[in-house]
Design a protein around this ligand. Structure first.
Ligand SMILES: Nc1ncnc2c1ncn2[C@@H]1O[C@H](COP(=O)(O)OP(=O)(O)O)[C@@H](O)[C@H]1O
Ligand SMILES: [Mg+2]
Length: 454
């Protein structure tokens, strides 16, 4: 582990020489070191569980206890959270019990020989923040920040202050997994593109103090949404239910394997939602028809300007795996989409002359089009394949799709608050085509089934 000189100095002076940080914690993990050496006013250490966030907060709080007037506060939402075995206040006892720091049980406060203090607090009720009205604090730490409200955080932030000639840095520090009542504001404040605050993503796979494999297996046992939040530190999960289907109903359609062979696959269709006005991603999906319903077999989202090669590669892969029958494009309103369609049709047919290329000009809103997809789900005729071997990536694509199913809404104002649901659009279109083929155009289906390809 090698750090730049100024970081090495901070670590040496404030951590390694610090007698209140136990010997077995003198070697912070690389992410912890970045967190500890960052002297900006506000920093979030967030994401994966087990990345050493709580330990890092305690270390950060202790960094300046040799300054006589240093005042630090560490919060959990409730007293119970503070007091649990292994939680941050109990850890402070393991660290400080055999030192010259004095504990006051009444005030929940360590006082150091310098006069500096470290106090533990909780803000169970909104009004509890006013207990800190007169406080003048140099360090405020929130463990599990997404359990707090934004107004609690911003109120305490106003208590961060010091005298003009005081050299102690003012620091607001927080650790948090995604999820919890404060998920939305924490994401907006620290993680969204609009944020200019520092966010350090925690990473349990670098935590050499854990049994990493065993810990990963424990995280795998969690329900899907929590697993994605705690194992991958995914902040993009929306936990609300949709208007058309609940999250748990939708997640019940995720399967980890495509259970059919190429021969058993009746039909494969690639559906493309091209990037265009108002959206930046091209979404591709590969949909299989089987005797048991439809399977979303593969997905891809592309953002580059030169996406041709990757679209062709995606189609080639589906042809190899499933004997693709056709490709369907969604045409946006407006004349340019017609040119764009012709361009893609020529391109694809020059490489795959056997493929049928379709275009579709949607008439109904995205919300109305989703009804058919949800109907297939309710009939247990549509499944999403999430392959374990490509875990992180593909889980995120299925996650994105399920999120889109949750936020699709008939109100355009609501839709503006979310990214354009491109994967869902591509899926809706694929389901619509499959539905047409199997219902109204029966002749076509027979032709498809008997069609032989080499
Ligand atoms: N720098 C460190 N030195 C020794 N042990 C550590 C260090 N950082 C974290 N750990 C240990 O790793 C485990 C997970 O850390 P924790 O702070 O609880 O993670 P998080 O709060 O991100 O879930 C705990 O047992 C903790 O004591
Ligand atoms: Mg923690």
């Amino acid at each position: 582990m090698s750090f730049p000189q100024n970081m090495m100095n901070i670590l040496k002076e404030r951590i390694i020489k610090n007698k209140y940080i136990p010997t077995d914690h003198k070697k912070p993990l690389p992410t912890q070191a970045r967190f500890l050496c960052n002297m900006k006013e506000e920093v979030l250490f967030g994401g994966q569980a087990g990345g050493g966030k709580s330990d890092a907060l305690l270390m950060a709080a202790l960094m300046f206890v040799d300054y006589p007037d240093y005042q630090a506060l560490l919060f959990r939402r409730t007293f119970r959270d503070l007091d649990l075995p292994g939680a941050i206040m109990n850890r402070s006892h393991e660290w400080l019990n055999n030192t010259d720091a004095q504990w006051s049980e009444k005030k929940k406060r360590w006082t150091f020989p310098s006069g500096a203090t470290l106090t533990f607090g909780h803000l169970q009720f909104e009004k509890d923040k006013y207990s800190y009205q007169g406080a003048e604090l140099h360090f405020i730490g929130f463990d599990e920040l997404t359990q707090f409200t934004e107004s609690q955080y911003t109120y305490l932030h106003s208590r961060l202050r010091k005298g003009a000639d005081n050299p102690i840095p003012l620091r607001m520090r927080a650790g948090s997994n995604p999820g919890g009542i404060g998920h939305g504001w924490v994401k907006e404040r620290f993680i969204s593109e609009n944020s200019n605050l520092d966010y350090i993503p925690s990473n349990y796979t670098e935590n050499k103090y854990l049994n990493i494999e065993e810990y990963g297996r424990q995280l795998d046992k969690l329900p899907r949404a929590e697993r994605l939040q705690l194992k991958y530190g995914n902040w993009d999960l929306l936990l609300e239910d949709g208007l058309l289907i609940t999250r748990s109903e939708a997640e019940a359609h995720i399967v980890t394997d495509y259970p059919y062979t190429k021969e058993e696959t009746l039909l494969n269709l690639v559906s493309v939602d091209l990037a265009g006005e108002g959206k930046d991603k091209t979404a591709l999906i590969s949909l299989n028809k089987t005797s048991n319903g439809l399977y979303l077999a593969d997905t891809q989202q592309l953002q580059d300007s030169k996406i041709e090669a990757r679209v062709l590669a995606f189609i080639q892969k589906q042809i190899d795996l499933y004997n693709t029958y056709g490709v369907v494009f969604e045409l946006e309103p407006g004349s340019n989409s017609e040119y764009s369609y012709r361009y893609w049709k020529n391109l694809i047919q020059s490489q795959f002359p056997n493929l049928l290329i379709y275009k579709m000009r949607p008439t109904k809103s995205k919300f109305e089009r989703t009804r058919l997809t949800v109907k297939y789900m309710n009939l247990n005729q549509l499944f999403f394949v999430e392959r374990k071997e490509r875990q992180a990536d593909k889980e995120l694509d299925v996650t994105t799709l399920i999120n889109q199913l949750m936020y699709v809404n008939p109100d355009p104002e609501v839709m503006k608050q979310h990214p354009s649901p491109d994967l869902l659009d591509a899926l809706n279109q694929g389901v619509y085509y499959m539905d047409q083929w199997t219902t109204s155009k029966r002749k076509n289906v027979r032709r498809i089934n008997y069609r032989k390809k080499k």
